[in-house]
Design a binder for this molecule. Structure first.
Ligand SMILES: [Zn+2]
Length: 659
């Protein structure tokens, strides 16, 4: 498994919670909600009623993927037993020809590949395949991979050569097939089918008509299931359905249903409106969008088709400048779970689903590899610390699904959701965080993220055809303090000069680099940007600073960042943000939470910006740098990092503050 080990400091603490709390809490919820039981029923090992959404299987697969990656660094028997029990169930639940989708197998035996825009069969199979790949990579075992290949081969047999009408409504299978291709390079069929799904997208004639027909059929099928459920409950009074905790009631725009219909019928909701090379504007459901862009960039990397790149770059630019919140969250229309118009960035309506931010991480990583540009790693970092990290509570057992930037009390962290897509998606990504820190290219070792970690025996081709082989040890004070130390120890037999590339973050006003104690690089002061994005996100592209050196054992690079408090302003064309600022420091967006500010109305109080200063508070939220300031009237104000809000019970919160 080629990735760095995260062994200390900030991310280590959070990953420990992920490995020791979150993954077991999620299993518990999957059991209690019937998601695991569904596989027992499909496997013929239990009688009962299949519960949950038609796409519920995907939650078990994402859990299995998270568990596999966690097991690699935390090989606990308790986790191995759960993983193996689920794999065993899947072995029995999978049909002999590779198909596995409990909704159809239990409720509609013999029926398959129905209503592909809505019912997520391919999406679920995609997550099964991804779980198989990750389990193989983490454990070296092939049992789950065999199940995944069985499913993939079924899909190849049933979909190869089919028309655009046979593309899925929720992208995911494309990523899965491309990842399967990466571990089975000899087999081009998976790459070819992923390419077909991607290239056929947006080409369905009469999409609206087909969607209406599918919607009607889906409704009929759901009604049948509900009738069966009523009958089952009447005949089985001992059956106790899972009770969800009371959910959130997020405010929505009044015209939400209309907008959904318009978006769906045009195909935009599913990114089915035009072929991918013409998709230059982010539209529709934001998780779907992120998965599509990830798949397209992966495809461009795998088959070298650079004609796919311009649309990806334009969509990225449009998202960052016009359709993204200052936190990096995407999706401003709750009813669509997706993108609104340019500059439509209401902080309270913000959907900004955790999964959408995760999808953007996957995409940005691929773009960074595809183009070598630092701006993608910069956004990755920003979204990781803000739009993603907010999704999991400090104890690992509470989650946010949508992530507003202002909350009057309607949204709070929940232990589980009716659609629990985010928790296991978070866990699988965090467990894989070591993969996103470094990359190598010809003669270069690139540092994308300043996350304390160790990279052992990383090898890559040197520019002279020799091999770079080095151990890298990175210590970072982020997200709280701006120091980083990098120790490089090349393998003495193979030492060759290579270029170390360090990302110069845009949030740092100054960056100094020292090699073995001697200053070798200092940026000139980085002031506030002249041009603004809609959200206030800094649009200036980050760059990689090259350090060329013949590395010797014991060489140490020190990097120091200035982390001034910065006030971000939304562009005047964004409604409701006049005279307001979002306060940031380093890679963190801060917010006011009512629990820390009982003496003011956080929505109307006026901040005196010159009073702000960072203060370390070891007793607050496991130890944080809070920002202490005063109102214009002199009352004290406490800002905490946005990603930590909601950890102390229901509260009110705002990112945007009056000045
Ligand atoms: Zn989600």
């Amino acid at each position: 498994m080629r990735r760095a080990t995260i062994h200390r400091d900030y991310w280590h603490t959070r990953l420990e919670i992920n490995a020791r709390q979150a993954i077991f809490h999620q299993w518990d919820q999957l059991e209690r909600s019937g998601c695991i039981e569904n596989f027992r029923i499909a496997a013929g090992k239990a009688d009962g009623f299949r519960e949950g959404w038609f796409f519920a299987d995907s939650d078990a697969y994402k859990w299995l993927e998270a568990a596999s990656r966690i097991w690699y660094s935390h090989p606990e028997p308790r986790l191995a037993i759960l993983m193996d029990s689920l794999i065993n169930l899947l072995t029995h639940a999978q049909m002999p020809d590779g198909y596995l989708f409990t909704y159809n197998q239990i409720h509609f035996p013999g029926v398959r590949w129905q209503n592909l825009q809505i019912e997520h069969e391919l999406y679920c199979h995609g997550h099964l395949i991804e779980a198989g790949v990750s389990h193989f990579v983490a454990t070296g075992r092939t049992d789950l991979l065999a199940i995944a290949r069985g499913a993939a081969d079924r899909i190849v047999a049933d979909f190869r050569g089919k028309s655009a009408a046979y593309t899925p409504g929720h992208e995911e299978i494309e990523i899965a097939l491309l990842r399967l291709h990466q571990v089975s390079q000899d087999d081009l069929v998976y790459l070819e089918l992923a390419r077909q799904f991607i290239e056929q997208r947006g080409r369905t004639p009469h999409f609206a008509l087909s969607l209406l027909q599918q919607n009607r059929r889906v409704g009929r099928r759901r009604k049948l299931v509900q009738e069966k459920r009523r009958e089952y409950l009447a005949g089985h009074p001992e059956f106790k359905p899972f009770q969800l905790p009371p959910g959130n009631h997020s405010p929505k725009q009044f015209n939400t249903p209309l907008r959904w219909y318009a978006s769906a019928l045009s195909g935009k909701y599913f990114q089915q409106h035009v072929p991918v090379r013409k998709q230059t504007v982010p539209v529709g459901h934001s998780v779907r969008f992120g998965y599509l862009e990830t798949a397209v960039s992966l495809l461009a990397r795998e088959n070298g088709d650079r004609t796919l790149i311009p649309a990806l770059e334009q969509a990225w630019e449009r998202m960052v400048t016009r359709r993204m919140y200052v936190t990096g969250g995407i999706g401003s229309v709750p009813g669509l779970e997706g993108f609104g118009n340019d500059d439509e960035l209401d902080p309270e309506y913000a959907y900004a689903e955790t999964c959408a931010a995760l999808a953007s991480l996957f995409w940005n990583w691929e773009m960074a590899q595809l183009t070598g540009e630092a701006k993608y790693s910069e956004l990755f970092e920003w979204q990781l610390y803000n739009a993603v990290a907010v999704g999991m509570g400090l104890d690992g057992t509470t989650y946010l699904y949508n992530n507003p930037l202002a909350c009057h009390g309607e949204v709070s962290r929940q232990t589980w959701y009716g659609v629990p897509c985010c928790p296991s998606n978070l866990s699988r990504t965090w467990a894989d965080l070591g993969r996103y820190i470094y990359s190598t290219a010809l003669g270069k070792l690139r540092i994308h993220q300043y996350i304390s970690s160790e990279l052992c025996n990383e090898t890559s081709l040197g520019e002279d055809g020799g091999t770079i082989s080095a151990n890298v040890m990175l210590e970072s004070g982020l997200p709280w303090e701006g120091y980083t130390r990098i120790k490089i120890a090349p393998n003495p037999d193979q030492a060759v000069p290579f270029e170390l590339q360090l990302r110069q973050p845009v949030w740092a006003s100054e960056m100094r680099v020292l090699l073995n104690g001697k200053p070798i690089f200092t940026t000139s002061g980085n002031t506030d940007p002249k041009e603004a994005t809609s959200s206030g996100y800094d649009p200036r592209p980050a760059v990689f600073i090259p350090i060329c050196h013949a590395w010797d054992s014991g060489d140490e690079v020190e990097v120091e960042f200035d982390m001034p408090i910065r006030l971000r302003r939304a562009h005047p064309r964004v409604r409701g943000h006049r005279d307001k600022v979002a306060v940031t420091r380093g890679p963190l967006v801060y917010c006011l939470e009512s629990v820390d500010n009982p003496d003011v109305d956080i929505f109307t109080t006026r901040l005196n910006p010159v009073t702000l200063e960072p203060v370390f508070d070891s007793s607050m939220l496991s130890g944080i740098f809070k920002l202490q300031g005063k109102t214009k009237e002199g009352t004290s104000l406490t800002f905490i990092p946005y990603f930590l809000w909601g950890n102390r019970g229901a509260s009110q919160m705002t990112v945007w503050v009056n000045t």
